[in-house]
Design a protein around this ligand. Structure first.
Ligand SMILES: Nc1ncnc2c1ncn2[C@@H]1O[C@H](COP(=O)(O)OP(=O)(O)OP(=O)(O)O)[C@@H](O)[C@H]1O
Length: 533
């Protein structure tokens, strides 16, 4: 492995670089339809920066773009990531009412794809409704039939909810279609046993899994006194994430709590609450992967009941005041609300928010990502299926090396000062004890019609790869996401130093890998190639 820079140099720099950007480094990003966000979507923000480290030639900008010309959309809509492999004529944007055709959409070298851009009226209607045209835009044709959605890159679930709400608003306004009661889709997490029979988890089984007879009292289980330096660090469509230092001896790691309301009848953050069976796959997957280097490390799962504790509400408000939250105020939960709480090791800031020292550091981070996926494939037939840069966390480390056990071999990768963690298995597919856990996206039309970043091409490419059968094991989907990540490393992540030889050298290595990545069948295949196994 190339060791062109001294370890000490970037270790300090990386830490220092994170420090001045606490707001950005802690963010998770979309703003709800109520008011404009302070927590600017950093993936949007990032993409508006010129990335000097990436040579225009390597990006092949002249011929490859998968995103709408934002001039059509108003300059503030957002700037988009470029697809390195799709080719589209800029004047080829057009509305289409055709149902998305998986094969056609996913083909990497389509001559011309019908990308959908909203008309000015539609954006205006939308912006009146959502007050955030820079985040999401809906697209519809003249008859107000919704045909596509431009989503914010990175975490997309809430964008999609906003889109759905907007769709209802537009339709209600025009009174052309009857309104729906809910904007939410039922979650479709599924697990199949060997007989392909869908399973259901009872409350009691779930409590047993948590080593509990019944739910704990929220206030008592997570009282203020057990936690030091607690603050909210992120949020997802399903819950809130707080970081804290445990107030007990011998606990070296900072932990995060991912608090997810379940089983209740009220909608939260535009989604129906999951039930025990629906949250089960996320728990099982997280627990299984926890022992593998590079996946989120889980300490504990518990179920709690009761109103949201005041100290968490205060932290929620502080985050909302400082950064703006897109989530619903947790005061909405009553005495009988159940929550599942995941306690995980703190794993850093997401890739869209960090500043790498140079591309050598990001190239080695990429090796960690590849090996993590490769081990996941080998051990559990794992496919992540939503590995956008918001789901890759990066933390500085003083360890010189990161160790992986792959292919019955101990592999050691230079850390170059960073440790990566892959999170969010909501869409993931895995086989555990002959039971397959997956999320059935076969009817999630809007996601497959989305555009706005190369990320949204990947969902279509996955659908094509899987022939829309989401239970299948096809590790090629991990390769599709790796292609997206390499593109981000070349085009979009921030680098402190781009004028060094070592940076140029590793940009070229990234470029080389990008040129062959789609020839691999799996992350394991790719790892064998990289490490000469
Ligand atoms: N282990 C961790 N360490 C540090 N930050 C974390 C960790 N887990 C989650 N986060 C932060 O919390 C945010 C939300 O977490 P996560 O993606 O797991 O939630 P989610 O509800 O599944 O999101 P989505 O809206 O994509 O479904 C992440 O983007 C990240 O910023």
């Amino acid at each position: 492995m190339d060791k062109s820079s001294g370890d000490e140099i970037w270790e300090d720099s990386f830490d220092k670089l994170l420090d001045p950007r606490p707001q950005q480094s802690n963010l998770n990003i979309i703003k709800k339809n109520v008011r404009l966000s302070y927590n600017i979507d950093t993936s949007v923000e990032n993409s508006s920066h010129s990335i000097k480290g990436c040579s225009p030639k390597s990006c092949n900008r002249s011929v490859s773009i998968s995103t709408p010309n934002y001039n059509h959309l108003g300059k503030d809509l957002f700037n988009c990531g470029l697809s390195p492999i799709n080719r589209l004529q800029l004047d080829g944007f057009e509305d289409t009412t055709e149902k998305c055709n998986a094969d056609k959409d996913a083909e990497p070298n389509t001559k011309k794809r019908g990308l959908i851009v909203p008309s000015k009226n539609q954006i205006d209607t939308f912006s009146k409704f959502s007050n955030q045209t820079n985040k999401v835009a809906c697209a519809s044709n003249q008859s107000n039939k919704i045909v596509g959605v431009v989503l914010k890159p990175g975490k997309w679930r809430k964008s999609l909810n906003i889109f759905r709400q907007t769709q209802i608003s537009v339709l209600n306004e025009s009174k052309k279609l009857e309104s729906r009661n809910s904007v939410c889709q039922d979650r479709k997490s599924i697990f199949l046993n060997g007989l392909n029979k869908q399973n259901v988890i009872s409350q009691q089984d779930f409590y047993k899994y948590c080593n509990q007879g019944k739910p704990l009292k929220f206030n008592a289980a997570y009282s203020q006194y057990k936690m030091l330096k607690t603050h909210k660090i992120g949020e997802g469509a399903y819950g809130e994430v707080f970081r804290y230092t445990p107030n007990r001896k011998g606990c070296k790691n900072d932990l995060v709590l991912k608090i997810i309301p379940i089983e209740g009848s009220i909608e939260v953050n535009g989604e129906k609450q999951k039930n025990f069976s629906q949250i089960w796959p996320e728990i099982i997957i997280t627990k299984k992967l926890s022992s593998i280097q590079g996946f989120a490390n889980i300490e504990k799962v518990s179920t709690v009941k009761g109103k949201y504790p005041q100290h968490f509400v205060k932290l929620w408000k502080r985050y909302d005041d400082e950064k703006g939250s897109e989530n619903d105020h947790p005061g909405l939960f009553g005495e009988n609300q159940l929550f599942v709480v995941l306690e995980l090791h703190f794993a850093g800031s997401d890739m869209s928010n960090v500043i790498f020292l140079n591309s050598e550091q990001s190239f080695y981070a990429l090796q960690q990502i590849i090996l993590t996926l490769a081990v996941g494939e080998e051990d559990y037939q794992f496919e992540h299926r939503d590995l956008h840069w918001g789901n890759i966390l990066i933390k500085s480390t003083t360890k010189k090396h990161i160790c992986f056990k792959f292919n019955n071999t101990d592999l050691i990768v230079d850390s170059k000062g960073v440790n990566i963690t892959i999170i969010d298995y909501t869409l993931s597919r895995i086989t555990i004890d002959e039971c397959c856990y997956f999320n059935d996206l076969s009817n999630d039309e809007e996601l497959f019609q989305a555009s706005g970043d190369y990320q949204f091409d990947i969902y279509r490419m996955m659908r094509n790869e899987l022939k829309n059968n989401w239970s299948l094991y096809s590790p090629k989907t991990n390769i599709l996401w790796l292609s997206y990540i390499i593109a981000k490393l070349m085009d979009s992540v921030k680098y402190k130093s781009i004028n060094s030889k070592v940076h140029r050298l590793h940009i070229n290595k990234l470029k080389e890998l990008q040129s062959i990545i789609l020839t691999f069948e799996s992350a394991a295949h790719c790892a064998r190639h990289i490490f000469n196994l």
